[in-house]
Design a protein around this ligand. Structure first.
Ligand code: HEM
Ligand code: HEM
Length: 465
């Protein structure tokens, strides 16, 4: 306990609050764009059109919610796992201010319609430069803390943290190499199919190094801590880590099946996508193995519920993803709602549930207090679970139907649905159900934020600074 005071949690607290704030913004925009798809009259001004708000939704939840959650929880984990104080705490404080300024500018630029027209890489070059500075600061703090650690062993969470630092840096810089033509406009240095290939190399590695390595670092720390059970296999965790980071880098072209990209590149991506089942499931098996003899905790501990449902959705996601990469499956589901169904099982299930477990575990500890209400945490769990299932299942149903309608042919080979609009309007009922799922999920998220706010309010004065 005496050691507790040696840790520096100021940036941990600041980034936690940023993440929760931008999470609320991103989810609200998600609900609005889900409505705009059915009620186009909600596109009230150019600043609030679907085309501008969709990237705002994705950017707010990737860069505004997930990344600062990682900054926060990683700054906690590197200190605890290294048994040392955060390196460069002043830099961490500067990072907090720079980061939030950048997110505000990013949101304004997207509202104003500025875009590089690359998914998840929409921000124009001046903001990309700021992001590079932010990432270098983040890397210095993380690597600096790991280098001066007092614990010789590097637990697997630290490997996943390092993979996030290095992986994001490589793919972000690779995809954002542009020729600026003015302060707010630039063109990619790549052309045509090459540009698409680099874009999806980046795109799927955003999935790898934001939506996979971040929650995995949290998962591997919280699960044994919460259950008080030893990790099922350290060897499996390390084999899983190295094979995962190796394989992910080759899978990007599975977003470009049946495109002008050379067939062999698509085949390499498909092969690595299928291979990825193994390292992904190494973590799922490690999770379930750790629970051996502990399953009753699924009833008694809200934290275990979040973490085990989270890894279960990860397991399902990493079976669904490789299936989608196969040519015959992609032909049916690509461009349909099936894909947002896949995305949101991962983001609303795996990513958000694991980050929630991370905050629930960490915040009461660093504020020297107890969680305000376990009842509210349980209500949060059931609401986000229900909201996410409604979202994903409705999108899978309507996605398969869309694919089938687009492929349906008369006996003479002509299309049954030659008017595209006829394949669009039947989706409306499902899209409305998705909005309902989103609202239920958002209600759960609000309970989460309220619970954490009240927890922080319970903190003794000395800990709440
Ligand atoms: C074994 C692991 C995985 C594989 C092989 C995989 C495969 C795929 C494929 C083939 C697509 C493209 C579907 C299409 O457009 O037709 C896709 C889309 C996507 N996946 Fe996965 N997936 C995996 C895991 C995950 C995980 C864990 C997440 C976490 C949230 C995730 C998030 C996404 C996102 C965000 C997209 C949409 C990209 C876009 O079009 O904007 N995937 N995935
Ligand atoms: C209230 C919950 C949410 C709602 C209502 C919602 C709604 C939406 C909608 C309507 C789209 C566009 C789908 C389309 O193109 O047809 C979308 C895309 C997306 N959302 Fe969400 N969302 C929610 C939560 C989240 C969360 C928590 C994350 C990430 C942490 C996220 C990340 C994404 C991503 C990456 C895409 C792009 C998917 C693609 O290109 O296929 N969303 N969301």
């Amino acid at each position: 306990m005496a050691q507790e005071h040696a840790y520096d949690y100021r940036a941990v607290k600041g980034f936690a609050i940023s993440s929760l704030f931008w999470g609320i913004v991103g989810l609200l925009i998600g609900i609005l764009i889900s409505l705009q798809l059915v009620y186009p009259q909600l596109n009230v001004t150019s600043w609030l059109t679907y085309g501008r708000l969709r990237p705002l939704h994705t950017n707010a939840l990737i860069f505004g919610f997930t990344i600062p959650a990682a900054f926060s929880i990683f700054f906690y984990l590197v200190q605890r796992l290294g048994r040392t104080q955060l390196a460069f705490p002043g830099l961490a404080k500067a990072l907090l201010y720079l980061f939030n300024t950048a997110i505000v500018l990013a949101a304004l630029s997207l509202f104003a319609g500025m875009s590089q027209s690359k998914e998840y890489s929409e921000l124009e070059w001046p903001l990309d430069l700021v992001i590079v500075v932010i990432w270098v600061m983040f890397a210095i703090i993380i690597i600096g803390t790991i280098v001066k650690r007092k614990e010789e062993q590097m637990y697997v969470s630290l490997w996943y943290i390092l993979a996030t630092v290095v992986g994001v840096a490589i793919v972000f810089i690779g995809n954002n190499l542009v020729v600026p033509v003015s302060l707010f406009k630039s063109y990619s240095v790549y052309a045509g199919a090459n540009d698409a290939n680099v874009q999806w190399w980046f795109g799927h590695n955003a999935v790898a190094f934001v939506f996979t390595t971040i929650p995995l670092a949290i998962f591997y720390y919280i699960l044994p801590k919460t259950t008080q059970a030893p990790l099922y296999s350290h060897r499996l965790s390390i084999i899983g880590f190295w094979s995962l980071v190796f394989a992910y880098l080759w899978t990007g072209a599975h977003h470009l099946i049946y495109t002008p990209l050379p067939d062999w590149i698509q085949t390499v991506a498909i092969s690595f996508s299928i291979f990825l089942i193994a390292p992904s499931w190494a973590s799922v098996i490690n999770g379930y193995g750790t629970m051996k003899g502990q399953w009753e905790q699924m009833r008694t501990s809200y934290l275990v519920k979040f973490i085990i449902l989270g890894i279960t959705f990860y397991g399902l996601q990493t079976l669904q993803g490789p299936s989608q990469a196969i040519r015959a499956f992609s032909a049916l589901t690509h461009f349909t709602d099936w894909v947002p169904g896949h995305v949101h099982m991962g983001t609303m299930g795996w990513v958000t549930m694991t980050i929630s477990a991370g905050f629930y575990y960490m915040l009461p500890r660093i504020y020297n207090t107890e969680l305000y209400s376990v009842k509210i945490a349980n209500a949060h769990f059931w609401l986000v679970l229900m909201g996410q299932l409604i979202y994903s299942v409705t999108m899978w149903i309507t996605g398969i139907r869309q694919g089938a309608m687009w492929q349906a042919m008369e006996a003479d080979g002509s299309l049954v649905y030659s008017n595209f609009i006829d394949t669009l309007t039947p989706n409306y009922a499902f899209w409305n159900m998705r909005t309902a799922g989103g609202i239920i999920f958002f209600a759960g998220f609000l309970l989460f934020v309220y619970n954490l706010y009240k927890t922080i309010r319970l903190a003794p004065k000395a800990s709440s600074a």
